[in-house]
Design a protein around this ligand. Structure first.
Ligand code: SIN
Ligand code: FE2
Length: 209
């Protein structure tokens, strides 16, 4: 059952402490099991090949990858060639709770931030199914998260996202620019070696009519 959402801007809902500590530990362990099957890899920027500062993996039928050939969803890990592991039940339950009107998620991008990692302002727009929201869940060290509007030059606001917090962006905010200014190192004890895990669940294809 979702706690009350804070409406950050139209289409963006923030659910502080959506997961309590025990649920965070269970989710952390489920992600650890996924990463044992599908190790973190370092994606590269289209064209330039510049490496991202975050390391990534995915679970679900599709996973988001990026390299010199561009951004895309694909069913296999780019380094092992194996299919992505299934999305853990706890994440499917969070999606059903937070995005009840949407068809099931097809991709869960796992981003791992060390203390120096950041994510520049961008839109999530590689999905066909823009009617479903993006559901974002965070574990470990806090992040200073920034979100604006559907135009790159729209005003932005930033706020701190902590371990266990959930955020959804859909409707008028589905294409809002967003990013991570920085990680607050040492701000959580959930991950033994520090850092932050962010999970973004997405519907990629339009559901069958
Ligand atoms: C992302 O936009 O893919 C990640 C956002 C976050 O780390 O909170
Ligand atoms: Fe994103």
């Amino acid at each position: 059952m979702a706690p009350a959402a804070i409406a950050v801007v139209p289409g963006v809902d923030f659910f502080p402490k959506y997961f309590d500590r025990a649920a965070q530990e269970a989710l952390r362990d489920a992600i650890r099991a996924v990463l044992a099957q599908a190790p973190l890899f370092r994606a590269r920027m289209p064209r330039t090949g510049k490496p991202f500062s975050v390391r990534m993996s995915n679970c679900g039928p599709l996973g988001w990858v990026s390299d010199e050939a561009g951004y895309r969803y694909q069913p296999n890990h780019p380094e092992t060639g194996r299919p992505w592991p299934p999305i853990p039940e706890v994440l499917l339950a969070a999606w059903a709770d937070l995005a009840p009107a949407a068809p099931p998620p097809e991709a869960c991008l796992i981003n791992f931030y060390d203390a120096a990692a950041r994510m520049g302002l961008h839109q999530d727009r590689d999905e066909q199914a823009l009617s479903a929201p993006v559901v974002s869940l965070s574990l470990g060290d806090p992040a200073i998260f920034r979100i604006g509007g559907p135009a790159r030059n729209a005003p932005t606001r930033s706020f701190r996202i902590e371990s266990g917090d959930a955020l959804t962006f859909g409707g008028p905010a589905r294409l809002a620019f967003h990013g991570v200014d920085r990680i607050v190192a040492g701000g959580s004890t959930l991950l033994a070696n520090g850092g932050r895990i962010n999970l973004t669940l997405r519907r990629v294809t339009e559901a069958d009519a």
